[in-house]
Design a protein around this ligand. Sequence first.
Ligand code: SF4
Ligand code: SF4
Length: 416
Amino acid sequence: MSPEKAPRAPRTRARIVRWAVLASVLAAITVIGYLHQTAGTGRPAGVDALCPFGGLETAYALVTSGFLLKRVAISGVILLVAALAVAVVFRRSFCGQICPLGFLQEMFGGLGRRVFKKRPVMPTWLDRPARYLKYVVLVVFIGLAWTTADLAIRPYDPWVAYMHLTSAEVFAEFSIGFAVLVAAVVGSFVYDRFFCKYLCPMGATLGLISKFSIFKVRRTTTTCIDCKACDIACPVNINVSEAETVNSPECINCNECVTACPVKDTLAMSTSGGKRLSALGTTVAVVAVFAIIVGGATVAGSFEWRTPSLAQEAGAGRGNGAGSEGADGDTALIGDFDVSLIKGRTTLTEVSEVTGIPASMFQRVLGVPESEQGLPLKDTKGTYGFSPEDVRTMVELYRVDPAAAEAYIPLGSSEE
Ligand code: SF4
Ligand code: SF4
C-alpha cells in the first residue's frame, strides 16, 4: 500500500505564517533601531534594552545586588524569561520563530539556495568542532559580563551593529560587530544560519535547555519513505531522516522538515507520549507565549519600550522640590545633577530641562539652534564642533556661576 500523501495547503500555510512572524519582528526591530538612533527625547529603547542575551548578561548582577548592568533594561530580562519559557516546551523556537537576526540569515540562506540550486554543507571535519564555538562564546562573554559587570560582548555583537547601521557609531564603536554581521549574512548565503550554528551565545543557551524540552520533532519509521526531503529542508543540516527523535541542540524548531515531509503523519512536533502539535500550531503557541509575557509586562508598566529621559536617569523628575529655579523659570535639579549622565544620546533639551540652563544659552555658546536641540548630542556635535564633555563643563560652570557658562568656549573632541 502506497503511503498517504500529506496535504500541501496546511504545510504551505504554516511556512508562510512563520515567515510572516519573523519578517514582522525584523521589520519592527529595524524601525525601533532607526528611531532610537534618529529621534530625540522619548525615543524607543535601544538594542541593549531589547535583547534577551542582555537579560542573561545582567542576571548575575540582578540576583546578587538587585541592579541591572548599565544600558540593560528590565525588558531584556523579560525577553529572556519568555525565550527560556518557550525553550522548556518548544526547544530553540526563539531562534526559529522569533529571532530577527535568525531571519536575516534565513533570507540570505534562501537566496544562496536559489543561486547554488542546493544547500551546501560544511565539511564534517570543520563543521563538528566549529559548532562548539558558540558555547565558548557563551562561556567567555557571560563570564566577562558576570565578573566585570559590563556588557563585554557589545563591541562584537552583530545585532548591536545592525541596530546602529544608521549611526556613525557603527564604524567608530562597532566595527568588529559590523564585520561579524557581514560574516553572518555572507556566511548564511553559503551555509544557512551561519551565525546560529557557529557563534550565537543565545542559541547555545537555548540549545542546552532544549535537550530537555517537552516537544521535539519525531519521525514515524514505519511510514517514512526515506525520501530525505526533511534533511534537505533543514537549515542547520540535521539528518532528520536518520533519527526517530531529533534530540540535537542544533534544532531551532523551525518545522521546515515537518512541512517538507510528503507523507501524512510521518514527521511531527510531538511529546514523548505521542501528543502532536502542527507546525502552524507551534508557531501560534510560541507567539502566544511571547505576546502574553511581553504584553503582560507592558500592561503592568514593567517593559521599557522607551529610553528613559535624562530626568528619569537622574532619579528625579522636574518639580519635586529638590532643585533650584532655572533661568528660564523651570524647576531644575542642577544642584544634585550628576554630569556623567550626559552622553552622546542625550539631547540639549533634556539637559536644559534637568539643569535649568536656558536653550538660548546653548544656542549662543554651542551654536545649536533651538530647533535642533531635541536631537541627540552625537548627531549635532559634528556640525557645531562641540562634544558632550563641553556640555558637562557648561553644566558644572552654570552650577557655580551662570556668567562663566555663558562665556565658555567649546573645546570639541572626538569623544562619543
Ligand atoms: S530538525 Fe526540523 S525543526 Fe529542527 S532545525 Fe531542522 S528543519 Fe528545523
Ligand atoms: S521527509 Fe523525512 S521523515 Fe518524511 S518521508 Fe521523507 S525521509 Fe521520511
